[in-house]
Design a protein around this ligand. Structure first.
Ligand code: PLP
Length: 340
């Protein structure tokens, strides 16, 4: 047993041993420092007959189990550096999930209160997860006529009003992920990580848009590395407003994005090569294939990105190498119909 362990250690010691991952090889001073440098995985089994390659960035391996940890760390560290966020000052965000978990972890490490303001219509697991790392969760009752489990625009308006009140009452810093440039900047690093891990092989990427931070950051990052790399926006088939289409189904199941917001401030400077649409069924089918054929357990938006990447290989990016984000862990959706 001892000898086997040592043998394995010897093999892994080579600085360039295949499959090595940077962050596993150094001591992180905190969970916040352990965010990022996620593995890039070649989905070679799943993409076997696609005529190209799909490379997936396993963002569910961040401490908060999603890519949004990067956004939270970047915005909060920038705010500390600029003096906008003082020691011990509370942070508030309107959130239903991943952004809140990322902020809760970074605030835990920075030893400051984090207050998540969310609708009572969100699932109870989301609140519990943030509470495990010390977040305070303020639940806002739903608007009359709203359904538990479905957060409507009217519900969100109530949550926004409460979040503003709480921010003022507590003298807090608002994370404001839809507006702050740090959200996009956090994902410029991801482009570099993908570039390095793939040996510069990437020819295109596609990304399911929520705030637009990931798409904008990847676009800027890849543009600096190789301006020929094309970026495609991914949207729900019934809510493709960025593509200029009418909203026919705002009630899609692709959590984390597809908010039917035609104007996203963070996308202002981005120049997508094109727009792709994915149905709920296509995203769910792709997430299931990813789990069964590659052993990668992602959520709805991961499935959307994969389905869109396969569309690209069957169309405008035939023969290419497509990078996608595996945005969060499929474990966050065990209570939904993502898994049969
Ligand atoms: C699971 C998941 N997928 C996709 C997105 C969209 O990412 P972005 O806000 O960077 O556009 C989010 C954002 O919260 C998310 O939580």
């Amino acid at each position: 047993m001892i000898r086997r362990d040592r043998d394995r250690g010897d093999r892994m010691d080579g600085a360039d041993s295949p499959g090595s991952v940077g962050r596993g090889r150094r001591l992180a001073a905190s969970a916040a420092e352990a965010i990022g440098e996620t593995p890039l995985v070649d989905l070679a089994r799943l993409a076997r007959d696609s005529g190209g390659r799909v490379l997936a960035k396993l963002e569910m391996l961040n401490p908060g189990l999603s890519k949004k940890d990067r956004m939270a760390r970047r915005i909060l560290e920038d705010a500390v550096a600029s003096g906008d966020l003082q020691p011990g000052q509370p942070v508030v965000e309107l959130t239903s999930g991943n952004a809140g978990m990322g902020a809760a972890i970074v605030c835990c490490v920075q030893q400051r209160p984090f207050i998540a303001v969310m609708s009572q219509g969100n699932s109870v697991e989301r609140a519990r997860m943030m509470q495990t790392v010390g977040a305070e969760v303020i639940l806002v009752p739903q608007a009359p006529g709203s359904q538990p489990g479905q957060v409507s625009g009217a519900d969100l308006a109530l949550v926004e009003t409460r979040a503003r009140q709480v921010t003022a009452e507590r003298g807090a810093f608002r994370l404001d992920q839809f507006l702050r440039a740090g959200n996009a900047r956090a994902y410029e690093d991801v482009a570099l990580e993908i570039w390095e891990a793939s040996g510069g092989a990437v020819t295109a990427f596609c990304d399911f848009v929520g705030s637009g931070g990931t798409f904008a950051g990847l676009s800027a990052g890849f543009a600096r590395l190789d301006p020929r790399i094309r970026g495609y926006v991914v949207e729900p088939a019934g809510a493709a407003v960025l593509a200029g289409r009418p909203v026919t189904d705002p009630g899609h199941r692709l959590q984390g994005g597809g908010y039917s917001m035609a104007e996203l401030p963070l996308l202002a400077g981005a120049r997508p090569a094109g727009y792709l649409q994915v149905t709920d069924a296509e995203a769910i089918g792709a997430a299931r294939r990813l789990a069964r054929e590659e052993g990668v357990v992602g959520g709805f938006s991961t499935g959307a990105n994969l389905a869109a990447a396969l569309q690209l290989l069957a169309g405008p990016e035939a023969g290419g190498v497509i990078a996608i984000m595996a945005c969060d862990s499929g474990l966050k959706y065990l209570s939904t119909d993502l898994w049969d």
